[in-house]
Design a protein around this ligand. Sequence first.
Ligand code: GLV
Ligand code: MG
Length: 300
Amino acid sequence: MEPIRSLLFVPGNRQKMLDKARDVPADVLVPDLEDSVPPEEKAAARKVVAANLAGFAIRGQHLFVRINALSTGLGEEDLDAVLGPQIEGISVGKADSATDLVELDRLLGRMERRKGLPAGSIAVIPWIESALGIISAHDIARASPRIVAISFGADDFTADMGIPRTKEGTEQFYPRAAVAIAARAAGVMAFDTPFVDFRDEEGLARDCASVRQLGYTGKWCIHPGQVATVNRLFTPSEEEVAYCRRVAAAFDEAVARGTAATSVDGRMIDVPGYQRAQRILDLAAAIARRERGGAAGGRA
Ligand code: GLV
Ligand code: MG
């Protein structure tokens, strides 16, 4: 899957919010059937979401639906209601172990057959948001080839731990890092928890910068107003790209001279420095390609 920076949640029982979300330039739109929908509205939300999916992503955003974990007894009906050619994948809350994902993978396989969808075509983004989930993060990330990314959920994580959730997020440092490293080791993307103070743009920008430095490639948004900041902070800046180009050029020159070490602005650059720069340049190029194309290449 191409690099994803922003994913916008929309409560599945709120038609007006769904209407507004369609035009928001998030990389992924995600109607939610999980925790933004109260228990008594779950059945109604399934119907609302299912009725909205065709032609929903009018800017070509990717379209995923977040479902309840299978262990809640709600997940299978959620899937049955929303699975079809309009969506590219599903996100699933509260993944505690690889077994949860293996079970989901099998269920998706059966449903794909029944609904005439290509086998293995539905992608999965699990949420890792409990102590057990953090301990199992790498096993979860590689439990199924459908998994394209894993997400860290700070609200559920702090609830599970029985600790307050702070804006600075010091209590989230370890689990966030654990999820990002597990994702990298499994070769999938890592998406960070939503920033819940949705009026605090500076706080959001700080949060994005600090998790990007942990290895996150994108972040969930709970409000359309957060999307532009998230997209900006997860796109390598012009200065960053210019610096990486200089690093790559200096390294190429050094290699041509028969040495593998050089320096840029008084800092030593050798193979890993070059590789780091190259990865940022590749990311910037993939994002630019996508922005030029306008659409994300999601399903109609
Ligand atoms: C999101 O689902 C969270 O628990 O933070
Ligand atoms: Mg959660």
